[in-house]
Design a protein around this ligand. Structure first.
Ligand SMILES: [Zn+2]
Length: 128
């Protein structure tokens, strides 16, 4: 397994948030903030619902996480997002020890791993 089981669980939770956005006819984007392998913030895109250009899923998840920690500095937290974060969200999130996981990153990593595993077998090569 390339990623931990928790990584898949958190990305699945982000996808569930994205589905909530879709229920409100929003662009389906979801985000989860994690610290010490626990979800401390979640959010979905609510730009239209709140009539707020900054109500991106990440910003809502970050606000929820900051409220949870009672601290806007989300050090050593990870964020799981169903889309590459925009400049605003990336800037709002960037802290020491932070990590951003996106659905594209997970898929690209899985595809690369599949290529590296299957291609040598297909070509009957051995890697030493
Ligand atoms: Zn954003």
């Amino acid at each position: 397994m390339i990623f931990s089981e928790k990584t898949y669980q958190f990305m699945y939770a982000a996808l569930q948030e994205a589905e909530k956005a879709l229920d409100y006819n929003e662009v389906p984007i979801g985000a989860i903030v994690v610290k010490d392998e626990k979800m401390i913030g979640k959010g979905f895109n609510q730009v239209e619902k709140l009539k707020d250009a900054t109500a991106h899923a990440e910003m809502i998840a970050l606000t929820a996480a900051a409220n949870h920690l009672n601290n806007w500095r989300l050090e050593d937290c990870s964020i799981y997002v169903t889309l590459e974060p925009c400049i605003m969200c990336t800037g709002a999130y960037w802290h020491p020890g932070s990590a951003i996981y996106t659905l594209q990153l997970l898929i690209q990593s899985l595809v690369l791993a599949a290529v590296y595993i299957t291609l040598p077998r297909m070509l009957n090569l051995t890697i030493s």
